[in-house]
Write a protein that binds this ligand. Sequence first.
Ligand SMILES: [Zn+2]
Ligand SMILES: [Zn+2]
Length: 123
Amino acid sequence: MHPALPPHARRVCGATTRLPERLVLAALRLAPEPYGEPEDGRVERRLRCVREAHARGDHHARVRDVDGVRAGAVWARWRGNDRPRTVAVLPDCPAVQTHHRGTTPCTAFRNHPGGHSWELGGG
Ligand SMILES: [Zn+2]
Ligand SMILES: [Zn+2]
């Protein structure tokens, strides 16, 4: 018999991979630098899945923000030990956590499965 899970048992998946260089270029095409900065703008190459720990479905990692207020972000998805094959712009999750210091937006993508970013510990 399993003991009852403690309240903070929800954990982030945390699977890691690296973004292939051609997808760095694809991410820059999807979300160009707003002021025409050169190619080495901020693209996250060391990817880490932000989903709640999951047994099935693709891993998802945020690669690059799209310029604009909550305009979404470029995301990479991959499966198992594969490298990501594509990147795509996904809208932001609209959920926000309200607390005494203000609000914290969920950093995942809209309609993501599992818990919001602030609900997940560790990883
Ligand atoms: Zn994952
Ligand atoms: Zn969320």
